[in-house]
Ligand binder design. Structure first.
Ligand code: GLU
Length: 563
């Protein structure tokens, strides 16, 4: 395959219609979200329509939960579609599995015209043919006139499309002219032995029937396009314009993929085993037994763990269970992961828009309106984009600070639908106060939800903080004084607590040290939002009860024995 210089094409006269066509075999990957976003931007920018189509022709790997999850994530990102599935309703005609009757006559048509044919090889026979080609050091291309094809059998057969032996050329809107030599093709399968069309076939028929004018998808599909163009030609249809977008890479130059989770879990398990000085995962397996093998939770036993560590499987669900069992968080890969980690939809969308797209002038923070204004296929790069998690965290923090408290209340409520935190107990009044305390300092909503736990559940006081700030350094005595000061507050409001806080801060030799004992007592750790607000939100009774509890827990260390 070769490509020459970028040859931008003129705008189509027909109204623009783009589509996002996910296969529902898992969660929506950030790379998929970027594809959806670019299609959405392109359609909206040109006053066109954006279609969502669920490509569920793989009966084994497609699930209804995955389709629902993908739609929910698209909605969360605010990528609305004009035509497509109706969330919450059953399957409609935008699910390929509901369109089998539509595909059938097109397959028959190709068969009748001799442009498609039945192929009877079993998977084993095909593997043997492939191996023979490998041995002979020639590329394996399945063709109708190749020697050694299997005769008609009794079992199920597939249907293949006899792709022409000609060079296929097309102009990619991003990559320029692409040429694929005639001998680089296979006669692709268009109907599988289960009677379902393959992706290659359904995608062409649907893009045509749905009036798609532009196909924007990742570069991993680049080599599929010539095959699809062969089908368009066979039907005499005008193909849509194609634009293949750069892949999404990790910072270490590996492709960002679902397997990264398995990789991270494996690495963590190996470290864990080394630390325990015990490579036998039996104990770990035993501790996991109660939840093993139920519903969608994978079966976990020492063999499964051993196989996983030995890279015999990359199962993401197993990776998640194993990582959780040793207290390790896996990297976020899917939109759902970022949602659970407390990223704002707008921040994530802004961030993914910049992977492989450059709005110019080093612009980074862009509203949707600005994205729409600046977006064009000419400004999409040809080379892979990097996914810089640190930058995403920074950007999320920026968005949090720029969002109104009302906006954050809504974001937190949406966040609490996908992950459990005691913060869910807060009513809107309390939630607003918590947000006000953390807005300036948090990078993610999860950080706030985690750090504000102590407002809702009794904190377990961190041992080292308790020893440092209460047991030692005259902290205990200071806390006793603080208790009296707090008791003297006429009312538990800002007016009467402010001067008391001043006194607390001034206590002892080092300004602020005594206040630190109070902080540890009420929050369980040495870091918390400003004390005055913390005390106001906790209320008098809970504050005093926590001070008493801390005083009982961390007795003053006896003075050093004199020499
Ligand atoms: N269902 C395909 C996928 O998820 C869509 C590819 C395309 O856009 O044509 O990769």
């Amino acid at each position: 395959m070769t490509n020459s210089t970028n040859t931008p094409s003129t705008a189509a006269d027909t109204p623009v219609r783009t589509r996002f066509a996910p296969s529902p075999t898992g969660f929506l990957h950030v790379g998929g979200a970027r594809t959806a976003l670019f299609n959405w931007l392109f359609a909206r920018k040109h006053g066109g329509q954006f279609v969502v189509r669920i490509e569920d022709t793989d009966q084994v790997r497609s699930t209804a939960e995955s389709a629902a999850g993908i739609l929910s994530d698209l909605q969360w990102l605010g990528l609305d579609w004009d035509l497509g599935p109706v969330p919450g309703a059953g399957k409609n005609e935008y699910f390929q599995s509901m369109r089998l009757d539509i595909y059938r006559p097109y397959i028959d048509d190709l068969l009748n015209r001799g442009l498609a044919y039945e192929a009877w090889e079993t998977p084993q026979q095909l593997a043997a043919m492939r191996m023979a080609a490998e041995k002979a050091k020639r590329p394996f291309r399945y063709r109708q006139n190749m020697p050694g094809r299997a005769p008609r059998g009794d079992g199920p057969c597939v249907i293949r499309f006899a792709i022409p032996w000609e060079e296929i050329r097309f102009v990619d809107e991003i990559l320029g002219e692409i040429r694929v030599a005639g001998d680089e093709h296979d006669d692709i399968i268009i109907r599988k032995s289960d009677g379902f069309p393959t992706y290659h076939f359904a995608v062409v028929v649907d893009d045509h029937l749905m009036g798609i004018t532009h196909v924007l998808r990742a570069q991993e599909h680049l080599m599929n396009t010539p095959k699809h163009l062969g089908l368009y030609a066979a039907f005499g249809w005008q193909p849509p314009r194609h634009a293949h977008m750069p892949l999404v890479f990790n910072m270490d130059n590996t492709k960002m993929s679902k397997r990264d989770k398995a990789k991270a879990a494996r690495h963590a398990l190996q470290l864990y085993a080394r630390q325990k000085n015990d490579a036998d995962f039996q104990k770990l397996a035993e501790s996991l037994q109660p939840s093993a093998g139920v519903g969608s939770i994978p079966r976990v036993d020492s063999r499964a763990i051993g196989d996983f560590v030995a890279k015999k499987n990359d199962d993401t669900a197993l990776a998640a269970v194993l990582a959780a069992s040793i207290g390790v968080t896996l990297p976020e890969i899917d939109v759902h992961d970022f949602r659970r980690s407390g990223y704002l939809a707008d921040a994530l969308l802004n961030f993914i828009s910049l992977i492989g797209w450059s709005p110019g002038e080093n612009r980074e923070i862009l509203s949707r309106a600005e994205m729409l204004d600046l977006f064009s296929l000419q400004t999409i790069g040809k080379t892979s984009g990097r996914f810089d998690r640190k930058k995403l965290q920074w950007m999320n923090g920026e968005y949090i600070r720029r969002t109104s408290v009302d906006g954050l209340v809504a974001a937190v409520r949406s966040f609490l639908q996908v992950v459990e935190y005691p913060l869910a107990d807060a009513d809107d009044v309390i939630l607003r106060q918590i947000i006000a305390m953390y807005q300036e300092r948090m990078a993610t909503l999860a950080e706030m939800a985690e750090n504000s736990r102590f407002f809702f559940t009794e904190p377990k006081i961190d041992r080292s903080a308790g020893e440092k700030f209460i047991a030692r350094n005259a902290g205990h005595a200071a806390l006793v004084q603080i208790r009296d000061l707090l008791l003297s507050a006429a009312l538990w409001n800002s007016e009467s607590l402010s001067p008391i806080m001043e006194q607390i801060i001034a206590l002892g030799e080092k300004r602020g040290a005594a206040a630190q004992a109070l902080r540890v007592a009420v929050s369980g750790g040495a870091v918390s939002p400003p004390l005055l607000e913390t005390l106001l939100l906790l209320g008098r009774d809970r504050t005093l009860a926590r001070v008493d509890h801390a005083l009982a827990l961390f007795k003053a260390d006896p003075p050093e024995p004199s020499q």
